[in-house]
Design a protein around this ligand. Structure first.
Ligand code: GLV
Ligand code: MN
Ligand code: MN
Length: 414
């Protein structure tokens, strides 16, 4: 490996990485140590401006594309497709400081280490952050990276309506991040993303590094039920068309599906809205989401079939009308075996314990995997907590993960 003779002693600066995480985490900071930087909000814009400023200060040439993805490019000694790293800086409404942000800021730290050491890699190196990875405001999740790889038409992404009624296109204009670069024609040699695990496995089993084998399939559906409002006291049970009751029955059944299927099947009803949402009025409308995930595509399809069959039967029995629309649907993704092996070997070479594992969360890397060999590096999440203000990864683990990223990128770019 060329890199062994050229830069193998390089290490990232944990204090500098921590300082950038703190500064970005201060934008949209919320009680309890978390962050609210929903995609394309004012807070997202302020976070973007900060990271773009850092990119420019590090000498990266920054390009912004029409869906607001930002790529900072560091030239190589040859003009070739870049080796890319990155992630996202949008958060859920009650997010932590590490989800996504770590991958982007560790990428900048890698650039700074190489700048300070005067190293020019053979291939260019790119650090990217992709728009609306979370999908908490606009569907689908991983929107920016999906458009980037040509998996979703720009017009369709721009037309996506958020939970607050705003469109992606209008919000991108408002925050001035609808850039001139074209989407969907990217040429990337390889992609590696550092991310917090967001689950309990690494911590529970005592590993420092996860070499991520793939990402489970994701199925998001929004259901809308229309019933009839009436008086909660006077309406006999047999005469009700209660949208709230049907919503709750479906939510309960989603859990039952996961319990009965076992294995990797998970099910979540994370958003539910009843109308008019009053104590003594039968709900005439319910809008709610179901998030189903599984590492096995056939099993995920079986879960979807069961859910929709039950929803139809239960709505019909109550005399409530049912409609649904998919918010996101991604099949399970396997990462490139050679890239996974490279992450694993690099961690071992740095003296770090490493375990192969699948990702339960969605990631931009699963979209980049459509156009280039891709892999991910996980570091432990304390208590397996994420999408929660208490999300935490120890400074030592952040440092370890960033060093694995540095040396994985060096090898890929050599
Ligand atoms: C997105 O990050 C998800 O996994 O929900
Ligand atoms: Mn993330
Ligand atoms: Mn997330």
């Amino acid at each position: 490996m060329t890199e062994l003779t050229h830069g193998s002693a390089l290490r990232i600066d944990p204090a500098r990485l921590g300082a950038r995480l703190d500064a970005l985490g201060a934008i949209g900071a919320i009680a309890g140590g978390g962050v609210c930087r929903l995609a394309l909000s004012d807070e997202d814009r302020a976070g973007r401006d900060l990271v773009v400023g850092w990119m420019k200060a590090l000498g990266l040439s920054v390009s912004i594309d029409a869906i607001g993805n930002v790529v900072g490019l560091r030239a190589g000694s040859e003009s070739a497709a870049p080796v890319m790293t990155g992630s996202h800086i949008d958060t859920v409404r009650t997010g932590g400081r590490f989800d996504g942000n770590l991958g982007v800021l560790a990428g900048l730290e890698v650039v700074q280490v190489l700048n300070d050491a005067g190293i020019t890699t053979r291939r260019p190196l790119a650090v990217a952050f992709f728009s609306n990875e979370e999908g908490a405001r606009f569907s689908p999740d991983m929107m920016g990276s999906l458009v980037y790889v040509g998996g979703l038409r720009l017009e369709d992404a721009l037309a996506s309506v958020g939970i607050d009624g705003a469109t992606v296109g209008d919000c991108l204009q408002r925050i001035a991040y609808a850039g001139p670069a074209a989407c969907g024609k990217a040429s990337v040699h390889a992609y590696v993303e550092l991310h917090v695990e967001q689950g309990p496995v690494l911590e529970a089993e005592g590993f420092t590094i996860g070499a991520v084998q793939g990402v489970q399939g994701i199925s998001w559906t929004e259901f809308t039920l229309l019933g009839v409002s009436n008086h909660a006291g006077t309406t006999p049970m047999r005469l009700r068309h209660d949208a709230g009751y049907v919503a709750c029955a479906i939510a309960r059944y989603a859990r039952q599906i996961a319990d009965e299927m076992g294995g990797n099947q998970v099910a979540t009803v994370g958003a539910i809205n009843l109308f008019p949402n009053l104590v003594n009025v039968i709900a005439n409308k319910a809008v709610f989401t179901v998030d189903l995930r599984n590492t096995d595509e056939a099993a995920l399809q079986a879960a979807e079939r069961r859910l929709h069959a039950f929803a139809g039967e239960t709505a019909a029995a109550e005399g409530v009308s049912l409609s649904s629309r998919p918010l996101a649907r991604f099949e399970p993704v396997d990462f490139d075996p050679d890239s996974v092996a490279l992450v694993e070997a690099t961690a071992r070479r740095l003296g770090l314990s490493v375990k192969r594992l699948p990702s339960g969360a969605g990631h931009d890397a699963q979209m980049l995997a459509r156009i280039c060999p891709s892999a991910m590096i996980f570091v432990p999440s304390v208590g397996g907590i994420s999408h929660n203000v208490k999300e935490f990864t120890s400074p030592a683990d952040l440092e370890a993960g960033a060093n694995v990223l540095l040396h994985t990128l060096l090898q890929l770019a050599s």
